[in-house]
Write a protein that binds this ligand. Sequence first.
Ligand code: NAP
Length: 255
Amino acid sequence: MTEQSTSPRVAIVTGAARGIGAATALRLAADGYAVAVVDLEESAGKDTVDAITAAGGRALAVGADVSDAGQVEAAVERIAAELGTPAVLVNNAGVLRDNLLFKMSESDWDTVMNVHLKGAFLMTRAVQKHMVDAGFGRVVNLSSSSAQGNRGQANYSAAKAGLQGFTKTLAIELGKFGITANAVAPGFIATDMTAATAARVGMEFEAFKQAAATQIPVNRVGVPEDVANAISFFASEASGFVSGQVLYVAGGPLD
Ligand code: NAP
């Protein structure tokens, strides 16, 4: 039997209430997946679920803090029971706690590490057993251009660089079970997250985006759908010979 005929069609996207996660959930639903829309509060996922349902797709909103092992285990078991065996996991949930190093608190550090790194670890550990049993899986982790270093983001850049190592190790360990793992590393994408950064530095979001665009070779900032398109490829059955890669989605060359 081929991968194609055995692969189940359920995708989990964390942090899918808005931004890149919401666009990814919608894209994967359009690709034919039933989508678990995971976010901190179940109610926060309602708009994404409604948009998927309105377009004729199937989705389930699930509330879970990805940095809490008990909540993650319960969420994944609920998804497996109500939607089916997860074939795709997109570790997208994220937060910022930017500050220059000398002002960065332990809590700023721990929060970012817990949501991005521990969250991806806990979600992947909980989901992989279903993928191993099925002999098929696609894990996509959200890294960032900030993995290469970014002023004010010692915590975030460390977490996003860490996710690249995590991704490569998953690819090595899980490949023999039909599971691939890849990372998408966006540059500047217009979302609530970058709007919050503009507010923090005291700029109007439009002016902030225009200033960012001048530094980007394609002369625009990204939109969530730019990232969702790349995730869609890594989530597809057709990407089975691509694993452990980091794809920068940044409107220009980064490596
Ligand atoms: P966003 O608009 O801030 O959305 C992030 C989502 O994650 C929110 O719905 C948030 O819920 C949820 N979330 C936060 N902590 C969570 C937790 N512990 N458990 C479950 N869900 C949680 O962010 P975005 O811009 O779409 O970014 C998505 C991902 O792409 C992140 O990993 C980010 O680091 C990465 N990324 C973004 C950019 C960019 O330019 N936007 C660039 C590179 C990488 P609440 O609303 O309740 O907080």
